[in-house]
Design a protein around this ligand. Structure first.
Ligand code: HPA
Ligand code: ZN
Length: 321
């Protein structure tokens, strides 16, 4: 690719290098049933979306102290910079650690420090998103996140069991986060249909949606996304690996793009889906026929929809003409 890449949707805990997960599990005395990279990789065949969430939780259990977060954040940024990514947003899921007794502020400070170390001397800009988990009470975490607005944390997201825990339950959490100065995105239209995307837009008032691909089932919604300039954080390999679509041929990426929806390409959980944002750009070219010029536009879409400062966006956009 002769232009830099950008991604908006990468889960820190889904991006941990396999050998790092195994080392941390051992170091922290965690009961983790995989002791080699090969064993771990063999377990990355998910029969469905909820099985994937189980593995995500299992990996989270391997993280036991702030330095673990510093390490995985540093390594994730090194891996992004090695792919010539000029802009990336990283989302972490502190509620998993808080449930095991860690402090939100300690985890957050460690992630920010790891990101700083990873960036040092590398041409990459980053933003951090706090990921809430639908299955749990998100109020406290969102309130704590609000105190970091403008201090290294830009936004909140909500992930986890979309079909079981609808957006309606999180309206107050999103209102409070916005009042505290955080921006917002939400997973929707991945494990549930267009109604969930409508709810994210109308109830959570997001202008960006994680996945959002099942919007394709509702033509009125597709036109609405286009007309409102709502950006979808599309993760093609993730959707195949969690069984949201059977294969790339059934994935609506190209149809959404052709309908004028602002789409971006993302790796989601690169270590768990054995992908990378670079690979997602290659998939878009190979499986969906995106031209280099179209791929460049997807990088621009990501930067334009980014949660970073306007000056940063302008500078980054000059590098992707
Ligand atoms: N969807 C919902 N929750 C998640 C995901 C996802 O793609 N990745 C990590 N947690
Ligand atoms: Zn995700």
């Amino acid at each position: 690719m002769d232009f830099p890449l950008a991604e908006l949707h990468l889960h820190l805990e889904g991006a941990i290098r396999p050998n790092t997960v195994i080392e941390l599990a051992r170091e922290n005395g965690v009961d983790f049933p995989f002791s080699t990279v090969e064993e771990l990789q063999r377990a990355l065949n998910f029969s469905d979306f909820l099985k994937f969430l189980e593995m995500f939780q299992r990996v989270n259990h391997c993280l036991a102290k702030p330095r673990d977060f510093e390490r995985i954040a540093r390594e994730a940024v090194e891996d992004l910079a090695a792919q010539e990514v000029c802009y990336a947003e990283i989302r972490y899921a502190p509620m998993h650690s808080m449930l095991r007794g860690m402090e939100f502020d300690d985890v957050t400070a460690a992630v920010i420090e790891g990101m700083r170390q990873g960036c040092e001397g590398r041409p990459i800009e980053l933003a951090l998103i706090c990921g809430l988990t639908r299955q749990w009470d998100c109020g406290e975490c969102a309130e704590l996140a609000g105190k970091w607005a403008g201090h290294g944390l830009e936004a909140i997201d909500i992930g986890g069991d979309e079909a079981g825990f609808p957006a309606e339950d999180f309206m107050d959490v999103y209102d409070a986060a916005r009042s505290a100065g955080l921006q917002v995105t939400a997973h929707a239209g991945e494990a549930a249909g267009p109604a969930s995307v409508w709810a994210a837009i109308e109830i959570l008032e997001v202008k960006r949606i994680g996945h959002g691909i099942r919007a394709i089932e509702d033509p009125v919604l597709v036109r609405f996304l286009r007309d409102q300039g709502i950006t979808l954080e599309v993760c093609p390999t993730s959707n195949v690996k969690t069984g949201v679509v059977p294969d790339f041929a059934h994935h609506p990426l190209r149809r959404l793009f052709d309908a004028g929806v602002r789409v971006t390409l993302n790796s989601d959980d690169p270590a768990m889906f054995q992908t990378s944002v670079k690979q997602e750009y290659e998939v878009a070219a190979r499986e969906f026929g995106f031209s280099p010029q179209e791929l460049r536009l997807l990088t621009r879409n990501a930067i334009e929809a980014g949660f970073c400062q306007t000056e940063v966006k302008q500078r980054l956009l000059e590098g992707v003409l």
